[in-house]
Design a protein around this ligand. Structure first.
Ligand code: AMP
Ligand code: GLY
Length: 422
C-alpha cells in the first residue's frame, strides 16, 4: 500500500514511524514532510494547505490511503477533496473539523448538549465586548473564534489587558478573520489533561492520556508555545475520571456531532481541565496533538494503519486499540528565541537511539545531505519505559545528546507528573 501523510512536523514523523510498522506499507509520501521525515518517507515540497497541489500530486502518484494531520487543511476541507477523487482518508470532513475551526461553534455545541465547559459569552463587536468586560471577574479568558496558530487564547489579568486583547483581535485583526468573533470565558482552574481519541462516529476509543507543557521556560515561565514537551499517561487522569469523561463528555460529543449532521471520523482531541467541579472541556481539536502524539504513539501496541482504516470504514472496535502499560516522555529541543524570533540553518548532530527511544524531527531540513535547523521546535526526544521516572530520565539523556547552536529545552518536563504520582 502507498500512504500519503499531509503535514511536516514532529507529530507527522511519529505518525509515519507508527504507520510503517504495518507490513503492507510500501511507500509513504509526506507533503511537505521535512529533512528528518525524509529518512522515513518520500517528501515533496507541497504545502499542507495547498489543496490544488495535493490533488495534482495524487493524480500522478498512486495513493491507497491518506492521513491528514494538521488543523488547517482539515478545516479547509482536504479530506472532502481527497475522498471526492476516491482516496480513502483518516481525518474528519470539513463540516466536522469545525469543532476545532470555530470556538463559537464548539461552545454552542457544548451548551446545546449539556457538555461541561467554562461559561462564556460570544461577541461580534469590540465595543459590546469591552462594555461586558467592565463588569467581568478577572482573570478572564478571551478566545478568537477561528484558528490562530495556537495563539488565539489570552488570559487577561485585569480590564486593561482584556481591553487590549479585544482590540488586538477584533480591531487590529492580529489573527485575521479568525477574530471576527470572540468568546469571553470564565477562568477555570485545575490540572490539564489531553485525551486523544479515535472515533468512527459511533464508537469512541480514548488513547492513553497525556500532559503538555505549553510555556517556553522551566517552571511554566515564558511565553506560550506549541508545546515544549509531554508525558503519557497523565497521572491526574484516574480511571474514575476517565469513566466520568466517557459518559459526560466523549460519547455526548460524538452523539451531538451526529445529531448536527456533522459525523466526526478521525482523531478527536479533548483538551480537559479537571476543575473542583469536575472535568470540563477547554478545547476540542479535530486532529492529533503535537507534541502529545510523540508520547502516545510509542505506547500504542496495536497497528495504527488498521485502526485508521477502521475509523474510515466505520468499523472501529475498542478491542482494536491496545496500549502498553508503561510511560513515555518527550522533551522538545528548540531553537534559541522561539516562540519569538529565532535563526535557522544551524547544523544538527543527533545521538544514537536505543530501544524505546525516538527522535521525531520537526523544524529541520536537509541541506546537501546534512540536517540543519529550519523551525522553532526542532525535534522531540522521546523515551518509552516501564515507569515515568525512567522515561523522563532517558528522554533527557537523549535530548542532551542532540546538538546545534543556540539549542534550548525546558528542564522540568514530567516534573509535575512525577510529583503527582507521589
Ligand atoms: P488553547 O489554545 O485553547 O489550547 O488554550 C491555551 C491554554 O489556555 C489552555 O491550555 C489553558 O491552559 C488556557 N485556557 C483556555 N481556556 C481556559 C479557561 N477557560 N480557564 C483557564 N485557562 C484556560
Ligand atoms: N499540543 C496542543 C495541540 O496540539 O493543540
Amino acid at each position: 500500500m502507498n500512504i500519503l501523510v499531509i503535514g511536516g512536523g514532529g507529530r507527522e514523523h511519529a505518525v509515519i514511524k507508527a504507520l510503517k510498522k504495518n507490513q503492507s506499507v510500501e511507500t509513504v509520501y509526506a507533503l511537505p514532510g521535512n529533512g528528518g521525515i525524509a529518512q522515513d518517507a518520500e517528501c515533496y515540497p507541497i504545502k499542507a494547505t495547498d489543496l490544488d497541489g495535493v490533488l495534482a500530486f495524487v493524480k500522478t502518484h498512486r495513493v491507497d490511503f491518506a492521513v491528514v494531520t494538521p488543523d488547517d487543511p482539515l478545516v479547509l476541507g482536504l479530506v472532502d477533496a481527497l475522498e471526492n477523487v476516491g482516496i480513502p482518508c483518516f481525518g474528519p470532513r470539513k463540516n466536522a473539523a469545525i469543532i476545532e475551526g470555530s470556538k463559537v461553534f464548539s461552545k454552542d455545541l457544548m451548551k446545546k448538549y449539556g457538555i461541561p465547559t467554562a461559561a462564556s459569552e460570544t461577541f461580534t463587536d469590540a465595543e459590546t465586548a469591552i462594555a461586558y468586560l467592565k463588569n467581568s471577574a478577572f482573570p478572564a479568558v478571551i478566545k478568537a473564534d477561528g484558528l490562530a496558530l495556537g495563539k488565539g487564547v489570552i488570559i487577561a489579568q485585569n480590564f486593561a489587558e482584556a481591553e487590549q486583547a479585544v482590540r488586538d483581535i477584533m480591531c487590529d485583526k492580529v489573527f485575521g478573520a479568525s477574530g471576527n468573533s470572540i468568546l469571553i470565558e470564565e477562568f477555570l482552574t485545575g490540572p490539564e489533561v489531553s485525551v486523544l481519541s479515535f472515533t468512527d462516529g459511533k464508537t469512541v476509543v480514548p488513547m492513553v492520556s497525556s500532559m503538555d507543557h505549553k510555556r517556553a521556560l522551566t517552571g511554566d515561565k515564558g511565553l506560550n508555545t506549541g508545546g515544549m514537551g509531554t508525558v503519557a499517561p497523565n497521572p491526574y487522569y484516574t480511571e474514575k475520571i476517565a469513566k466520568e469523561c466517557m459518559e459526560r463528555i466523549f460519547l455526548p460529543t460524538v452523539e451531538a456531532m451526529n445529531k448536527e449532521g456533522r459525523t466526526f471520523q478521525g482523531c478527536l482531541y479533548f483538551g480537559l481541565m479537571l476543575t473542583p467541579n469536575g472535568p470540563k472541556v477547554i478545547e476540542y481539536n479535530c486532529r492529533f496533538g503535537d507534541p502529545e502524539t510523540q508520547v502516545v504513539l510509542p505506547l500504542l501496541e496495536s497497528d495504527l494503519l488498521e485502526i485508521m482504516q477502521a475509523v474510515h470504514d466505520g468499523t472501529l472496535s475498542p478491542d482494536q486499540v491496545k496500549f502498553k502499560k508503561g510511560a513515555a516522555c518527550c522533551v522538545v529541543v528548540a531553537s534559541g528565541g522561539y516562540p519569538q524570533k529565532y535563526n535557522s540553518g544551524y547544523p544538527i548532530t543527533l545521538p544514537h537511539t536505543g530501544a524505546g527511544e525516538y527522535l521525531y524531527i520537526a523544524g529541520a531540513k536537509d541541506e546537501n545531505g546534512s540536517l540543519v535547523t529550519a523551525g522553532g521546535r526542532v525535534l522531540g526526544a522521546v523515551a518509552a519505559r516501564d515507569t515515568l521516572k525512567d522515561a523522563v530520565r532517558d528522554a533527557y539523556s537523549l535530548a542532551e545528546g542532540v546538538s546545534f547552536e543556540h539549542a534550548y529545552m525546558r528542564g522540568d518536563i514530567g516534573a509535575k507528573a512525577l510529583a503527582a504520582l507521589k
